[in-house]
Every structure is written in C-alpha cells, then in structure tokens.
Ligand binder design. Structure first.
Ligand SMILES: *Cc1c(COP(=O)(O)O)cnc(C)c1O
Length: 377
C-alpha cells in the first residue's frame, strides 16, 4: 500500500500526460511556453481569482508575495507554529521576524484568539511593526478566514494565504487561494494538485501586485529581461511542468477531488466514535491533502504507527516539531509550553494513507487496523 499513490494516478491519466509532454517537445519552448499562460488562465478560472502567476515552487510563491509588499527588517509577520518550515522561513529570508501563533486542535489551523493576542503583544512591545499574517490551509482545510479576515482588517495586516496544501478546499462555496490579499499554492508531487518536480502558483485580484509579481519572477524585469527595475528571483514554472499540471488539473476537477471526499468520509464514518478524527467546520470542505488523527500522547501514537507498519500500512507524522521549538528558532526564545496546542498536535498527530486512487477495501482495511491497534493499547 502506498501513502500517496502517484503511480496509480499516472496510469489513469497516462495518455493526456504523454500527449501534453510531446507537444512541448515538438514546439521546444521550454521556458515560458504557451502551456504556462494556459495553465495560469485555467487555474485562476478554477479558483475564482482574477490573476495567477505560476512560479518555481510554493516557497518562492510565498516569498515573492512578501517581496511584492516590501516586507523586510523591522516587520512582524504572524504565522502558525504547526506548519511546514516554508511558511516561516520566507519571513526570515526577507529580513522580517516571524511571530508564532498557536492553532485550534480541532482543525490544526491558526487560532484566531491566539492571533489577536500575538498582535496585541507585538504592538505593546513596540519593537516591530505588524505587517502581515500568513494563515495556512493545513492538511487541505481552509484556515478560519471568517474570523481571521476581520481581525487582519482591524489591525491593518495584509493576508497571505498559504494554500500549498489547500487547493480545492472551500468555505461556503468560495475556493481556497482566494482568501488572501495574495494567496499561494505548491505543485510539489505530494500536494493535492502536484506536478512531476517542483512548481507553485500565486493568486491575487490586485492588478498592481500581479504586475509586480511577474517582474519579480524574472529578475525584477521592467519592460524586458535586461531592464531591471527591482531585485527579483529566477522563479519560473517550467513549460514541461505546466503541461503536466494541465493534465492533472483536469483529473483533479473531473474525479480526484470527489474521490478524496468519498474516502475521507469513509474514514470518518468508520473511525469517528473510536479515535479523534479531523473536524470540518460548518460550511468548510477540505481537499484532504492529509487525513490526520490526533492521539493523546506520542506513546500511543507511536504504538499505533508501529502496529500499522506491521500490517504493511504506511502512515506519517506531519509535523513532529512545531516551528517555535525548532533549533533554528531557539534564539527567538519560545519556551516549551508557550504554544500548547501546537506542541500537543506535534506529539499526537498521525496521517493515514490518503489519495484519490484508494479503494473502499483499502480504506476499511486501514481504518479497522487503526481501531484494533488503538484498542489493544
Ligand atoms: C509544501 C508546503 C510549502 C512549500 O511548497 P514547496 O513547493 O515545497 O516549496 C509551503 N507551505 C506549506 C504549508 C506546505 O505544505
């Protein structure tokens, strides 16, 4: 059994992938070829954003947004602690300071109350200027934007939605990657919409930022590549990867997202009264980048994980260390216990095999073994 079965996906869309790659080989426009513009158009239409700029990966996507906003030294950017390193790393790369915020244990996403407390604390200390917040759509579920957007407006913070795992999720029908002033996603192969290498995309409704982002993507170009009006990056999405995402986006829309919902619902119906299953707030739908359980301790979690492994069932721990407790962030001085929900999540989470090419049999096999492993404790 695979944790995420990319080979099964390839087999199911092999013809479109091969034909798309072939077209690129025939026209030979490997950098900024026609597939890049076509993908940007299809992505923005699907998500419901005015503009889309593809780029080299989901980390660059986040950094480019901060660059477009001129965020730098002396600025505070609020990020959840329970996320992948990229969310905070890009803040440091810009010379700004990440301020870690706790999560809600029900959704694993940024806790609005913890965010407001962190903002007030930064204002009271008076050393840093609060500039932006980066809510993450963790495990495929949109952050609590219904509460975070009004808070951000109240304190005049820009919102950068990190939708690396969130593409395809919704709140009351509105899609992920449209909740930020700028929103981003990643096409890393294991994400809900992946390519066959690295890739990313940025979404916005703001025309000025859209133009700035296109300039940053190619070394801060002005009217052309050799007219440089700002410092930028080399962060284009390869034409070949764009061709691959085009094929995958069609499968994602036609059947993959529905299958993710079907298998996640099945996990929940078998597991819900036995272990702590992921909660979807009313009006939210997840793209189920991960299906993640929460146990009471790392001892229980690790035992369940070992028993599953004995049965040939892969599982993963995303993430074993919250960012505020990472070695690199020791100098910021966050003590153990300072963000208790993030620390509890890191000790108790376990993600089960989740992808659109599972089967009902596979899901029941995994779920029944989870129950067995847990109840044998
Ligand atoms: C994967 C991921 C990223 C970074 O994406 P890359 O394409 O790997 O650079 C950023 N944020 C989150 C939450 C992620 O899961």
């Amino acid at each position: 059994m695979e944790f995420i079965d990319l080979k099964a996906q390839y087999k199911s869309i092999e013809n479109e992938i091969k034909s798309n790659i072939n077209t690129v080989l025939e026209h030979g426009k490997y950098i900024m070829g026609p597939e890049v513009a076509l993908l940007e158009q299809e992505l923005s239409e699907y998500a419901g954003a005015k503009y889309c700029v593809t780029c080299a990966n989901g980390t660059d996507a986040l950094q480019m947004a901060l660059m477009a906003w001129n965020i730098g030294f002396g600025d505070a950017v609020f990020v959840p602690s329970f996320t992948f390193m990229s969310t905070a790393e890009v803040v440091n790369l810009q010379g700004a300071t990440p301020i870690f915020v706790d999560i809600s244990l029900d959704t694993f996403n940024m806790c609005p109350d913890s965010l407001e407390n962190a903002i007030k604390k930064v204002i009271a200390e008076g050393k840093l200027k609060p500039k932006a917040v980066i809510p993450v759509d963790l495990f495929g579920q949109c952050a609590e934007f219904d509460k975070i957007i009004p808070l951000a407006r109240k304190y005049k913070l820009l919102i950068l939605e990190d939708g690396a795992q969130g593409f395809g999720g919704t709140i009351n029908g509105k899609k992920a990657c449209t909740f930020g002033d700028i929103s981003t996603t990643s096409f890393f192969p294991a994400k809900p919409l992946g390519c066959y290498g690295d890739g990313g995309a940025i979404f916005t409704d703001n025309e000025n930022w859209y133009e700035t982002l296109k300039s940053i993507r190619v070394h801060g170009k002005g009217t052309m590549k050799y007219d440089n009006v700002r410092v930028g990056l080399n962060s284009r999405l390869d034409t070949m990867q764009a061709a691959i995402v085009l094929a995958k986006l069609h499968a994602f829309i036609e059947h993959e997202l529905d299958n993710r919902h079907k298998y996640a619902d099945m996990y929940t119906s078998i597991l819900k009264d036995r272990v702590k299953t992921p909660a979807c707030p009313k009006g939210f739908t997840s793209s189920w980048a991960q299906y993640t359980l929460l146990f009471d301790s790392s001892e229980i979690r690790d035992k369940v994980r070992d028993r599953l492994k004995e049965k040939g069932i892969p599982s993963m721990v995303y993430y074993p260390t919250p960012l505020h407790r990472q070695t690199v962030y020791k100098p910021l001085g966050y003590e153990e216990g300072s963000l208790p929900a993030s620390e509890k999540a890191a000790k108790g989470v376990l993600s089960l095999p989740m992808h659109p090419y599972l089967s009902k049999e596979a899901v029941s096999f995994v779920a029944e073994n989870v129950i067995k492993a847990f109840e044998e404790q």
